[in-house]
Design a protein around this ligand. Structure first.
Ligand SMILES: Cc1ncc(C[n+]2csc(CCOP(=O)(O)OP(=O)(O)O)c2C)c(N)n1
Length: 373
């Protein structure tokens, strides 16, 4: 199936807005939205609940339903505005969901996708969202039939979901862009790890940042026991780090976040500042993109995380643009009290042969808890 064709079919159904958070299963769809020449308004939202909010507002203003796309892990973020606002027992706001299905039962996937994948269809049923599942064998006629059903639901003020299996969308012209930064992300992470004292606990965000830190930790330290990888729960790494820092005043805790993840639940920044944990350090690796799932730009490329952290009340916040400064992070962690944020602008590159954690998530949890002692 071609994303460009689906998008023009959506437009013919009267949909005028597309909002969502990118996903690797939907990479071609996301590229298609970026390159689409038609009349759709597109927002890359900060989280999936925000995308539902945009869809509601857009409908109120135009009377036209919106399409909301996401990875199935984003269903959790959208439940509240869907169940408490859009559902037909409340306002009855029509919208069409395009949901990438990671962790489909029977298909090997990473641990964070297994349970979410198992309950994806049940969750939609519980949320009273009728759905159809599509894959690479779905024919044009079948898709027309699905969109006909979707159209009926939308006309009725209801929602409808299309659940998309891996490999459904054909490769088309990919959307490419540059952010203008020169420092490589993995190189910056390597330099951070080399500089940090060995007893520092590191909590890393969802996506390739964790995978790169995993490989670099094993390379540099010979193990990765100091690393807790927030493999799912995107946007929650800093609260996990704060939870550790609050319990363990004897440990310094460094959260290594992504810009997309930091944007997802940004209210945590003033919260961290108000807790004022002296042993907490926050590094935001900023490539202005959701690089891990296909490098789609975030909807807020202009964001200066260090300025926001300063305004939120962090003790210090700085943007580090040279590797010499990145090399000093370890020294600053040792000598200066947190909360401190360092924002590091990096390029969009990543390694094609980047590995994934070899141990189970539980084994990694146990290794980390043993490290904390
Ligand atoms: C709630 C939720 N929505 C979407 C995803 C899919 N996802 C995994 S990593 C990622 C991108 C993370 O972007 P960023 O934090 O900027 O890090 P980068 O990949 O650019 O290094 C996305 C969108 C997810 N895991 N969870």
């Amino acid at each position: 199936m071609k994303a460009s064709k689906l998008l023009s079919q959506l437009e013919h159904m009267g949909i005028d807005t597309v909002a969502g958070v990118p996903d690797s299963t939907l990479k071609q769809f996301c590229d298609g939205v970026q390159c689409y020449q038609g009349g759709l308004t597109h927002y890359v939202a900060v989280n999936e609940g925000a995308a539902v909010g945009l869809a509601i507002g857009s409908y109120l203003a135009s009377g036209k339903p919106a399409c909301v796309y996401m990875q199935n892990s984003g269903i959790g973020n959208m439940v509240n505005p869907l169940a408490s606002l859009a559902n037909s027992d409340v306002y009855g706001i029509p919208m069409l969901f395009i949901i990438g299905w990671r962790g489909e039962p029977g298909v090997k996937d990473e641990p964070q996708h297994v349970f979410q994948g198992k309950v994806t269809c049940e969750l939609l049923e519980t949320l009273a969202v009728p759905y159809s599942v599509i894959d690479r064998n779905t024919t044009d006629e079948e898709m027309d039939e699905i969109l006909h059903e979707a159209d009926k639901a939308l006309k009725h003020g209801d929602q409808f979901a299309v659940v998309v299996k891996k490999g459904t969308f054909e490769k088309e012209e990919p959307f490419t862009w540059e952010n203008g930064n020169r420092m490589g992300r993995e190189e910056a992470l390597e330099h951070i790890l080399r500089g940090l004292p060995r007893d520092v606990a590191v909590v890393s965000t969802t996506g390739k940042i964790s995978r790169e830190l995993y490989e670099q930790s094993r390379e540099i330290y010979g193990n990765h026991d100091n690393l807790f990888m927030t493999v799912g729960g995107m946007g929650h790494a800093s609260m996990i780090a704060l939870g550790i820092a609050g319990k363990r005043a004897d440990r310094k805790v460094v959260c290594i976040d992504g810009d997309g993840a930091a944007l997802m639940h940004m209210g945590v920044l003033p919260f961290i500042a108000s807790q004022a944990p002296e042993n907490f350090y926050h590094i935001v690796i900023n490539n202005q993109a959701h690089e891990s799932v296909g490098a789609m730009p975030t909807g807020c490329r202009q964001t200066e995380f260090s300025q926001i952290a300063r305004a939120a009340g962090y003790r210090q916040a700085r943007k580090l643009v040279s590797m010499e400064d990145v090399d000093r992070i370890g020294e600053w962690v040792s000598s200066q009290a947190g909360p401190i944020m360092w924002e590091i602008p990096v390029s969009l590159a990543s390694r094609a042969d980047l590995g994934r954690p070899k141990e189970s998530a539980r084994e990694n949890k146990e290794g980390f808890m043993k490290f904390l002692g």
